[in-house]
Design a protein around this ligand. Structure first.
Ligand code: UD1
Length: 422
């Protein structure tokens, strides 16, 4: 799908099931490398990044099969004691940021790994210094090579580690490596994102001994023998947030089944401050836009449980339609306002004061335009804007959106949006 075409301006009405979480499933798939036998991952979304991870697992000798939403990974055929760059397709590593978690998993499983640098993206530099410093403390040594990184260990050893920033990826890498280390690792300053709890849950289901996942101190007792397990991935909190934002921007009411509402506390606060109805029911998360939609005044991204950086882009078209102004501060990534000029072309009043700050001024109506996605969540935000805007919107560059959404057009149609992909 290159582009989507939307005829917007109609209030949403309907219900949609939320796909499994992308950011949770990718580290879980990397973790299957640590377990003997077969792991079965339920509710595994069909996404480009998941396909890339499947390619990577297969290149390492795993057998990977899918039955509906269940992905089975069997590691019995894994290649030799080293995981070499020539076996690991560079394009798949470079095409997604999440390939970095293979570092911790492979150094644990094989003791030596050659890996291309993972892909960055337009939202920011995304360095990996925190990952490397933390793994060094577990007795991993690194060398920079022409193909990327060479990492090896004579034997992983538990350590007391403090992260200087609660990096999600670095926390995942420490968990994946420390699970195979001699002795106990105490990780302080860990990321508290729900995806960390999910990864700890999977590793424990395989036989690991990890406590404190989801808090800032995690205790990992290493060297347990891990066996494949059956495990269900929760719904995707950012995808649920996307359809919620579409409802706030276009008006109407939606029921989001399988939405992980308990993981969405910071978003709930903003939704309520804007005057919309948020109801957690037995059937799912019910959202109804109130009239008028009020600006929350200020929005600032932060590590979990703060307001998620991924939701910042998705809220921009909503804030552009809310009464009053809003100061939006991006504190995680240095370059996450690429869609501002595109939203302006649709009539949004957004002023950028510096690379990390914008101010939105509510307007009554957006109008359709031809706009271009440059990254995943910014692309989804343009679809939200299109659903709310009067007239026709064409969003180009939709390959980015497919990295995180199984089928955004199908889901939006369930909610009554007139949208199709071309
Ligand atoms: C980040 C988000 C995560 C989101 C994911 C996908 C945070 C804290 N993390 O995770 O919630 O699901 O993107 O969009 O909101 N950094 C370094 N050195 C490192 C690692 C990170 O300087 O070695 C910096 C990054 O440049 C960035 C910040 O720390 O500014 C957050 O990084 P991190 O949490 O590692 O990013 P992701 O794991 O991609």
């Amino acid at each position: 799908m290159d582009s989507v075409n939307i005829r917007g301006g109609i209030a949403l009405q309907g219900q949609v099931g939320i796909q499994g979480s992308k950011n949770a499933v990718l580290p879980v798939l990397a973790a299957t490398l640590l377990a003997e036998g077969t792991s079965v991952i339920q509710n595994c979304p069909r996404l480009a990044d998941v396909y890339h991870m499947q390619t990577l697992l297969k290149s390492l000798g795993c057998s990977v099969t899918r039955e509906k939403d269940r992905l089975k990974v069997n590691t019995d055929g894994m290649n030799g004691p080293r995981a070499l760059s020539r076996d690991i397709p560079k394009e798949a590593v470079e095409s997604m940021r999440s390939s970095i978690v293979l570092l911790g998993a492979l150094v644990n499983r094989t003791g030596e790994v050659e890996l291309a640098y993972p892909g960055g993206c337009v939202i920011g530099e995304r360095p990996i210094d925190i990952h490397i410093e933390a793994l060094k403390q577990l007795h991993v040594t690194f060398e920079e090579k022409s193909y990327g990184l060479h990492a090896c260990t004579e034997g992983l050893k538990g350590a007391e580690i403090r992260l200087p920033f609660p990096s999600v990826g670095a926390t995942e890498n420490v968990l994946l490596a420390a699970a195979g280390a001699d002795g106990t690792t105490i990780l302080r300053g860990a990321a508290r994102e729900p995806e960390i709890e999910v990864l700890c849950g999977f590793l424990n289901a395989c036989g690991a001994d990890i406590t404190g996942g989801g808090s800032s101190t995690i205790l990992i007792r290493g060297k347990r023998k891990l066996r494949g397990a059956e495990f269900a991935v929760p719904g995707d909190r950012i995808v649920a947030g996307t359809y919620l934002c579409a409802c706030l921007a276009a008006g109407g009411e939606v029921l989001l089944t399988e939405a992980p509402a308990k993981q969405m506390g910071a978003v709930k606060k903003v939704v309520k401050a804007m005057g919309a109805l948020w109801q957690e029911t037995d059937r799912g998360l019910y959202i109804q836009r109130g009239e008028p939609l009020r600006s929350p005044g200020r929005l600032e991204t932060a590590p979990y449980p703060g307001f998620p950086t991924d939701m910042q882009s998705l809220f921009l078209p909503v804030l552009a339609l809310a009464e009053g102004s809003c100061l939006v501060e991006e504190r995680i990534f240095e370059n996450r306002f690429h869609i501002v000029p595109e939203l302006r072309r649709m009539g949004a009043k957004i002023k950028q004061t510096d690379p990390k700050t914008v101010v939105t001024e509510g307007t009554k109506q957006l109008h359709g335009a031809r706009v271009r996605a440059r990254e995943l969540r910014g692309g989804a935000a343009l679809v939200i804007a299109g659903a709310a805007a009067r007239g026709e919107t064409i969003v180009d560059g939709c390959g980015y959106i497919e990295r995180g959404y199984e089928n955004i057009c199908r889901d939006m149609r369930e909610l009554g949006v007139r949208i199709y992909g071309v």
